[in-house]
Design a binder for this molecule. Structure first.
Ligand SMILES: C[S@@+](CC[C@H](N)C(=O)[O-])C[C@H]1O[C@@H](n2cnc3c(N)ncnc32)[C@H](O)[C@@H]1O
Length: 259
């Protein structure tokens, strides 16, 4: 199965599990993206891989219009419901892969993507599509889970864990890799930040969000139990008194402008 088909199947199945817990893990990234993007009331925004719409709905009250795009109709159905519940009307939803965006050249002032590119089969094509649909002064705002630049052992362990937990995971990229790929696609990177430490994730709900149960969950637990020292250090892995394992969620936030 291709990475795109795998992501569609995974997220159609898991759409109902994107809930309050997801908001608590991801809100810090969204708030930082909003500050750095500095959205303007006249802007038209595209949120790629919008999922259940947290990022699109976060930007909508600050801009003229948001389009939320995702390849999973199940996730878009949840997003539609949440927009209605919140009374947000300056938004529409489009079913599409990130690697082939059905929009005119220069259609948007801002393209956002949050906690999703690690599922994309072809990040280079996603970035060149993003560059194409942005205006000449356009802004690209990314937030995603990440791995260290200078520690391949911890990075490989983390991506192996993620793939075991969620077969639609392709790769968490390091901050410097994002800089290089963005510049190669025609952007100038203005901000590149790491967010770490503040968001502690417990293994059990993290497995549940991805639908990892039975042997898959056990394999993830055993990868945590055998984590190399550098991964234990970098992801601040610890076990509490009840035996639950926790780790720090490492994220990268990047702002880039069209060159
Ligand atoms: C973890 S959710 C993140 C959702 C959202 N961006 C947020 O901030 O809450 C990842 C989303 O990426 C979508 N996705 C994965 N691969 C994709 C692709 N190649 N093109 C478009 N959407 C994709 C999935 O369907 C899912 O809705």
């Amino acid at each position: 199965m291709s990475a795109t088909a795998s992501a569609k199947e995974q997220f159609d199945r898991q759409a109902a599990h994107y809930n309050g817990q997801w908001a608590s893990w991801t809100d810090e990234t969204l708030q930082r993206m909003i500050v750095l993007a500095d959205p303007q009331p006249t802007w038209r925004v595209l949120d790629v891989a919008t999922g259940t719409g947290f990022t699109a709905l976060g930007f909508a009250p600050r801009v003229a219009h948001v389009t939320g795009a995702d390849l999973s109709p199940g996730m878009l159905a949840q997003a539609t419901k949440r927009a209605e519940e919140q009374g947000i009307a300056n938004i529409d939803w489009v079913e599409t892969p990130a690697e082939s965006l059905p929009f005119m050249d220069g259609a948007f002032d801002l393209v956002t993507v949050r906690i999703a590119p690690h599922h994309f089969s072809d990040v280079g094509t996603f970035l060149s599509e993003t560059r194409r649909v942005l205006k000449s002064e356009g802004v690209f705002m990314l937030g995603d889970t990440t791995v260290p630049d200078d520690d391949p052992v911890a990075a490989d362990w983390q991506n192996a864990v993620e793939r075991e937990r969620d077969p639609s995971h392709v790769a968490n990229l390091s901050p410097e890799t994002w800089r290089v790929l963005s510049e190669r696609a025609g952007f100038t990177v203005t901000d590149l930040e790491g967010l770490s430490g503040a968001i502690r994730i417990a293994l059990t709900p993290w497995l549940e969000t991805a639908g990892a149960t039975g042997e898959r969950a056990e394999r993830v637990r055993s990868l945590f139990a055998q984590a190399p020292k550098s991964a234990r250090h970098h992801f601040e892995i610890a076990t509490d008194a009840e035996g639950e394992t926790h780790f720090s969620w490492q994220r990268v936030v990047l702002r880039a402008v069209v060159r």
